[in-house]
Ligand binder design. Structure first.
Ligand code: IMP
Length: 430
């Protein structure tokens, strides 16, 4: 049995999509377990760039099954547009995309409320505006519309949507002075969606556990990252779901006993998009250089990403909470040319050392840095670990020792081919 969970180990955008695409070569089923179209997953395969927001990037591999789990919040318009995009590139998706009947639908009023709430906040979160928070809020309020609801008879479905819509329109019009939505426009979206996807809907929790029993190789794909987790991240500057290990189980329905690997994906430096604490952010020339060299602009919103240095305590906390068995270190090629590379090995608060990533005071702590020697070589063509320059290997060894988790795969460029697999990984099924 082999089921691996792939988790963003920082604040999202760690290069998960490239790695999911890479791991998918040996997988049977790839499952997205949380989040929605707030994610922007970029994959370069055979020189062609693909951006996914909802569909797992494993879809690029013929014959693989992709699942949108119950933990996902699904924008029907976005999903159909992604499906059409794949079909227009002659990528056959028939019988390969399965959708949980328990996933919640993001409807236009969720997106309108996301924008309106953000406008109202004095302390902005910098959401992606994709309706994520309002949709998860409806799920908790038990007023959400789920994918499986499309099978209700049309009168019952319309009554259910109308009940929710009345409250949303009150909020939009009275509180936010925005335009209301008509029941007709919402029903049109839902019914058009039904026509396109009704054959793909199943009970994914049942399906996945049965497939696991048949020894299928399954990958659970997280969106966003540890620092954006609503429970463990830098609240309130977080997303509304759990990208961490608990979210993988809840959002897929797979039981814990089938999980054998938990892989954290981490950049060799750090980025963050949107507001919120970021202790190792670099506001100077190095931060700008990381952004330019790394092409650090959000693939969903196009916003420039904030850039900074690897944070050992953040990674140790991710490893602790998620039980990471391996780390994949990505974008280390971006560091070529830096004379010195900084790594935060701990923090100080009011002159005292703190040896953990705190839940509070993140704006007030100061990172304690060590500086390592950089390298000048272009490493993107390296195929084996031994081909990497000594200083690159020293940097990886330093991080690995400090975090205490093997860095089994090193990504040195955006293409599938730019991936170094170390000997420790070669024995695994993926
Ligand atoms: P929301 O998920 O749109 O509600 O946004 C909440 C916070 O999470 C904001 O700071 C976003 O910038 C951030 N965020 C959401 N999705 C992603 C992602 O896929 N990558 C990086 N940051 C994200």
């Amino acid at each position: 049995m082999s089921c691996s969970v792939v988790i963003g180990a920082q604040w999202g955008d760690e290069g998960k999509a490239k790695m999911i695409d890479f791991f998918s070569q040996k997988a049977d089923i790839i499952v997205r377990y949380q989040g929605g179209a707030n994610a922007g997953h970029t994959v370069v395969a055979n020189g062609q760039k693909h951006i996914f927001h909802l569909i797992p990037s494993g879809i690029l591999h013929p014959g693989k099954i992709c699942v949108l789990g119950n933990g996902v919040v699904l924008d029907p318009i976005q999903l159909v547009s992604e499906m059409d995009n794949l079909i227009s590139q002659s990528i056959d998706i028939s019988y390969r995309l399965l959708i949980s009947d328990a996933a919640h639908l993001i409807l236009p009023y969720h997106k309108a409320l996301d924008g309106a709430l953000e406008e109202l906040r004095s302390n902005k979160i910098g959401t992606t505006g994709r309706g994520i928070g309002p949709c998860y809020a409806d799920k908790c309020l038990r007023t959400g519309i789920r994918v499986g609801d499309i099978f209700l008879d049309s009168k019952t479905l319309e009554k259910k949507v109308r009940q929710t819509l009345e409250v949303k329109n009150l909020q939009l019009v009275k509180m936010h002075k925005k335009d209301p939505f008509s029941i007709e426009e919402i029903m049109e979206i839902i019914l058009a969606f039904k026509k396109r996807i009704q054959k793909m809907i199943i009970n994914t929790g049942y399906y996945l556990n049965e497939e696991a029993k048949k020894n299928k190789t399954i990958i659970l794909e997280g969106a966003q990252g540890f620092g954006l987790d609503i429970d463990h991240g830098t609240y309130p500057f977080v997303t509304s779901s759990n990208p961490t290990i608990g979210g993988a189980l809840l959002g897929s329905g797979l039981n814990h006993s089938v999980i054998d690997k938990v892989i954290g994906i981490s950049k060799a430096y750090i980025t963050r998009v949107g507001e919120g604490p970021f202790p190792t952010e670099d506001f100077g020339d190095d931060g700008n250089l990381l952004r330019d060299k790394g092409g650090e602009y959000g693939s969903t919103t196009g916003r420039p990403r904030r850039c900074g240095w690897f944070d050992v305590e953040l990674m140790k906390q991710t490893a602790r909470i998620c039980g990471l068995t391996d780390i994949t270190l990505t974008k280390i090629d971006v560091l070529s040319g830096f004379e010195k590379i900084k790594v935060a090995v701990g923090y100080e608060y009011k002159g005292k050392k703190i040896d953990m990533f705190p839940s509070y005071l993140l704006d007030d702590i100061k990172p304690v840095y060590e500086e390592l020697d950089g390298w000048t070589e272009d490493i993107s063509k390296c195929k084996t670990y031994d081909e990497l320059p000594q200083n690159t290997r020293d940097y990886i060894a330093f991080l690995e020792k400090a975090v205490g988790v093997p860095m089994s795969i090193i990504s040195v460029g955006p293409d599938r081919e730019n991936t170094i697999v170390r000997d420790t990984w070669k024995k695994t099924k993926l």
